[in-house]
Design a binder for this molecule. Structure first.
Ligand code: C2E
Ligand code: CA
Ligand code: CA
Length: 626
């Protein structure tokens, strides 16, 4: 084997031997020793050859490529098998020569390392050869001609001579492409949305952090556009989730189409996308926002349907001294403001919006307290039979009896109560109160008075809504046929099929269903026949129309006739004048409700009304309140 690895002892012996052989006087005394040493050397050599053979065999069968670099003579050895696998030499080369051109082979190897990884590899190798690192270990991309890139894990350890000079280095190359690809896939999954393959919220967050950390740029401003699809739930509910998914993919593609070079698009929630524009000129806000809104003016074709959608956009323009949390929260506030001002629009964040958010939060807290302290009261508004004047029902209408602000009307707090989900317990409370009041009325009057209760979307959406209603009726011992549930068209349409099933179940249980605010929503008479409805409540805005145009009168008359054909009872809401009452009577409307008869009243005053007239409203004596 190589002389360089001889021990000092052996080196001295060889020197002595050479000198000794030249001098016959000492030849004799050296001879036995010489014999012994030769035998020993032969043994050592045989065992070295044997171990070298075993080493080569191990190298040949190893699943990793083992390489051996003789640094002094600059010979690099790697087995032929791996030369072939890595295609280090042209296919027709002479196999025997590959070891001879070992150094060239090492150069070829280096040339195949990806240019972006080369410097790193070289640095680590130099560090190791200089004794700075314990082992040499690096991962890099490697080209297998003509164009296959694999990942290599290179490891090695250098052997130094007594003077600390690197003399040999042995190491291995492993093909770690599979592992790297898996890692990449996992990384991709962690930072991308599986449906659209767009970057996700985590990815957007990191990109924003990176941009905010870019200290040495002159242009520090950026903008974030939060894009939320209006009424997306409606698509999911009416056309199914897979159609909703297809729509989202199509939206992602449209948004990608308008992305500038310095922009990042991410899907950060179910129907919410974000566009981050770095180095952004704030004068461009308007133009870019319009470009987004315009994307949705044409319908999107998904799963056989032409779908018309719109979007709301919340925008925050920022400089790099802001924090990611603050930027996103401001953009979100702006988005909320865009949503509440009628959707299909964009809003740039302003500090006043923040104030509105604070006020909302205060009110939310107060409402939670109000719920716990039972600061709510239910008022009742009579509905009368238009011919007899008899009170046939009452609509329960909630008010908030605020400790300092007095009586607050429902429209000032119901939207927030609905948004926060508090409507579920509050709605149940109203229902329970109404049952109790209805029971006490039954005792006094011994007459069947139906109570109508308003139901919001969130309540109806609950899977166990029917069970909840039944439990209240059972616990309060209230007859279901004296309960009427008022549902608006908009609520019904939000998830038509499931709602229709629920309403049918409620109806089978004996509860009456009333369609509230008819004429303000979809107003399609054709679908009315498909809905499980007992009562149609014509909205008060319709009634105002009637007063001014005869065309309105014709329409309302048609509605009443149609409803009657479908076995529905018609209630006209918001009857304020004698003239309106008269007209409703002419058009054969069944019941009326409005300020002309009575405003909504607290329990004791309603009782008074009953006591006074025995539950009969003297129509002919009606005084026009206007
Ligand atoms: P709604 O269900 O349409 O209730 C009728 C509204 O019209 C009531 O307003 C009532 O006071 C008002 N009104 C009645 N007659 C007349 C009239 O002749 N002229 C005019 N201009 N208005 C009349 P209110 O009590 O302020 O309630 C407003 C809305 O709040 C209700 O509209 C209903 O949507 C909601 N609401 C009230 N109570 C509840 C409740 O317990 N649960 C739910 N989810 N919503 C409720
Ligand atoms: Ca109502
Ligand atoms: Ca109504």
């Amino acid at each position: 084997m190589n002389r360089r690895y001889d021990t000092d002892d052996e080196r001295n012996f060889t020197r002595d031997l050479l000198i000794g052989l030249g001098e016959s006087s000492v030849r004799k005394s050296y001879y036995p020793e010489l014999q012994r040493r030769i035998v020993e050397l032969e043994k050592t050599q045989a065992s070295l050859i044997e171990s070298e053979k075993r080493y080569r065999q191990a190298v040949e069968v190893s699943s990793d490529a083992i390489w051996d670099w003789d640094i002094c003579q600059n010979i690099w050895y790697i087995s032929n098998e791996w030369v072939k696998k890595f295609k280090l030499l042209p296919e027709k080369h002479d196999e025997k020569s590959s070891q001879v051109i070992g150094e060239d082979l090492r150069k070829i190897w280096s040339m195949r390392i990806h240019p972006d990884d080369l410097a790193h590899h070289q640095q680590l190798l130099n560090d190791h050869l200089a004794g700075i690192s314990d082992v040499y270990e690096v991962e890099y991309r490697f080209l297998i001609p003509p164009e296959r890139w694999i990942w290599i894990l290179a490891k090695g350890k250098v052997i130094f001579d007594n003077h600390g000079k690197p003399v040999r280095m042995i190491g291995s190359y492993s093909d770690i492409t599979t592992r790297k690809n898996q890692e990449e896939r996992i990384r991709h999954m962690a930072y991308h949305d599986t449906l659209t393959d767009l970057p996700n919220r985590a990815s957007l967050y990191e990109k924003m952090v990176d941009f905010l950390n870019e200290k040495n740029t002159d242009d520090h401003s950026g903008a974030i556009f939060l894009i939320n699809i209006d009424n997306f739930k409606f698509v999911n509910d009416s056309l199914g989730y897979s159609c909703g998914d297809n729509l989202l993919i199509a939206i992602a593609q449209r948004l990608t189409g308008i992305l500038p070079s310095k922009g990042e698009l991410a899907r950060i929630g179910g129907d919410e996308f974000a566009i981050l524009l770095t180095h952004f000129d704030s004068k461009q806000v308007d133009t870019f926002a319009h470009r987004i809104l315009k994307l949705f003016t044409k319908p999107i074709f998904a799963c056989g349907h032409q779908i018309f959608i719109s979007s709301s956009i919340g925008i925050e323009v920022f400089t790099t001294d802001a924090s990611v949390e603050k930027i996103l929260s401001n953009a979100n506030t702006a988005l909320h403001s865009a949503k509440t001002t009628g959707k299909k629009t964009w809003k740039l964040f302003k500090n006043e919006m923040q104030e509105a958010v604070v006020l909302r939060m205060q009110m939310e807290n107060e409402l939670r307290q109000a719920l716990a302290l039972e600061q709510f009261v239910v008022y009742y508004q009579p509905q009368i039979d238009i011919l007899s004047g008899k009170i046939i029902g009452l609509e329960a209408l909630i008010r908030w009896s605020h400790p300092t602000k007095g009586l607050i009307p429902p429209l000032s707090f119901i939207p927030l109560v609905e948004e926060t989900g508090m409507i579920v317990p509050l709605g149940e409370w109203v229902m329970r109160s109404a049952c109790r009041f209805g029971n006490s009325l039954r005792k006094i009057q011994q007459k069947k008075i139906r109570i109508a209760i308003n139901v919001s979307a969130k309540q109806l959406m609950q899977e166990d809504f029917l069970q909840r209603v039944r439990r209240i009726l059972w616990e309060e011992n209230y007859p279901p046929e004296l309960m009427e549930l008022e549902i608006t068209e908009t609520i019904l349409m939000e998830s038509l099929e499931t709602n229709v099933i629920k309403l049918k179940e409620l109806r089978n249980f004996g509860i009456r269903i009333s369609l509230d605010d008819f004429g303000t929503g979809y107003s399609s008479l054709t679908y009315l026949s498909r809905l499980p409805i007992d009562v149609l409540k014509i909205d008060k805005s319709f009634l105002q129309e009637v007063r001014v145009t005869s065309k309105g009168t014709v329409i309302i008359g048609t509605i009443i006739q149609l409803a009657h054909q479908m076995d529905m009872t018609v209630v006209a809401e918001g009857v304020e004048t004698w003239e309106q009452l008269q007209l409703m009577r002419d058009l054969e409307c069944d019941f009326i409700q409005g300020f002309l008869i009575s405003r909504p009243l607290p329990v004791d005053q309603i009782l008074e009304v009953y006591h006074k007239n025995h539950g009969v409203f003297l129509i002919e004596s009606a005084v026009d309140p206007t």
